[in-house]
Design a protein around this ligand. Structure first.
Ligand code: FE2
Length: 385
């Protein structure tokens, strides 16, 4: 058994400011990789630039990372990093920004790798520029995983690149969630939930690495009341922030707890990788434009149901940690949080056919999953128009 996360992780209020010395010691010139708006709005970008200014570290901001970052975006950011002579990359934002930062860190020191070839390039596990990750959503876990999911639109591919790129430093602060819309918090929290469930229902799960998802699921179960409170996923844009009027001691530190859970969920998949629901989600995002959290969440209850045939005690453990009585209640909770997803029959059949060939995910199922099981998961998870 092995447990490996080489990232230096800090989780606390004012985390970036508190660890300014560590951030400034990572390199001499930084490229900040982030999305268009949220890092400026939630204060994380300001926190990082204040520290860099005080530490006399020159930096440039690349704020063009889109949801599901593309090879084109990674290529553009890498060119800018080269011209600026950056020697380390700071990713600020959700999974998209941090994943893009990792890919830029790889290309920066490997000029022989073309961005469009990044999914096929041989892996150079340690050959990348240092990465600092400042997450501002509570789902990705990318700040503590070696994974970078990049989309190549030229070949319709959304997939993890094969390189192992753990950030050197992760600075995690729940205060960046305060200004986030509840829809974003719910969607990303569902992603974190999936990371932990898929880590346990996984052939790579063992007595050592289970400490992460088992503790994280307990935390998630404690936060679920606040996520569900007065939440209508069909009409959620009206909810600007989480309603914490249910003032239990849990809710007083809800944002920090959600961030902690998300980082623990990231540490979980850093050991086992994600499984079938994530494999199924990528087509839904790529071809139907569904955000990552819901795209994974739609498949989660049916995956748990199929796995209950192989490892019923693990499914029971997951439900018990979440404070749920059965799989039906698990599915009902997810429906309240993310609703349902409608696709055409043709799409669903195409997705199912592709999944039946996706052995990198199917081989992780803790039992002999059949083509009929896969059809069942699609049948149960998606509404066909
Ligand atoms: Fe995910």
């Amino acid at each position: 058994m092995r447990f490996f996360v080489p990232t230096n992780i800090y989780i606390e209020n004012d985390c970036v400011k508190n660890h300014a010395d560590l951030l400034c010691a990572i390199g001499q010139r930084a490229l900040i990789v982030t999305g268009q708006h949220s890092a400026a709005a939630n204060g994380s970008l300001n926190d990082v630039t204040n520290v860099l200014n005080t530490g006399d570290i020159p930096y440039l901001i690349f704020s063009e990372v889109e949801e599901n970052p593309s090879t084109d975006t990674v290529e553009k950011a890498t060119e800018i990093a080269h011209k600026f002579n950056a020697d380390f990359i700071i990713g600020i934002g959700g999974g998209s920004a941090i994943d893009a930062a990792k890919a830029v860190a790889l290309l920066l020191v490997n000029p022989d790798i073309n961005a469009d070839e990044i999914h096929n390039a041989p892996s150079h596990p340690r050959n990348h520029a240092p990465v600092v990750a400042v997450p501002t959503t509570c789902g990705t876990g990318s700040e503590v995983t070696p994974v970078s999911i990049i989309t190549n639109h030229k070949i319709n591919l959304k997939k993890s690149i094969p390189h192992v790129i753990f950030p050197d430093l992760a600075l995690v602060d729940g205060k960046y969630l305060v200004s986030a819309q509840k829809r974003l918090i719910v969607n990303t929290a569902v992603d974190a939930l999936a990371h932990m469930v898929e880590s346990i229902l996984n052939v790579k799960s063992n007595l050592l690495n289970r400490m992460c998802p088992e503790y994280g699921l307990k935390l998630w179960g404690e936060s679920k009341y606040a996520l569900l409170l007065d939440y209508d996923c069909e009409n959620s844009n009206k909810n600007d922030a989480i309603d914490t009027t249910n003032t239990t001691p849990i809710d007083a530190c809800l944002y920090e707890k959600l961030m902690l859970t998300s980082t623990i969920a990231g540490m979980s998949i850093a050991q086992t990788s994600t499984a079938v629901p994530h494999g199924m989600s990528y087509d839904l995002t790529l071809h139907a434009g569904i955000p990552h959290g819901p795209a994974v969440g739609y498949f989660l209850a049916a995956y748990v149901e199929v796995c209950a045939k192989f490892v019923p005690q693990d499914v029971e453990k997951i439900l018990s940690l979440l404070g749920l009585k059965d799989i039906e209640e698990f599915g009902e909770m997810l429906r309240k949080l993310i609703g349902t997803c409608t696709v055409t029959r043709e799409m669903r059949n195409q997705f199912a056919a592709a999944m039946k060939e996706n052995h990198s995910k199917l081989d992780l199922v803790p039992g002999k999953i059949t083509p009929e099981d896969i059809d069942y998961i699609y049948e149960k998870s998606l509404v066909v128009e």
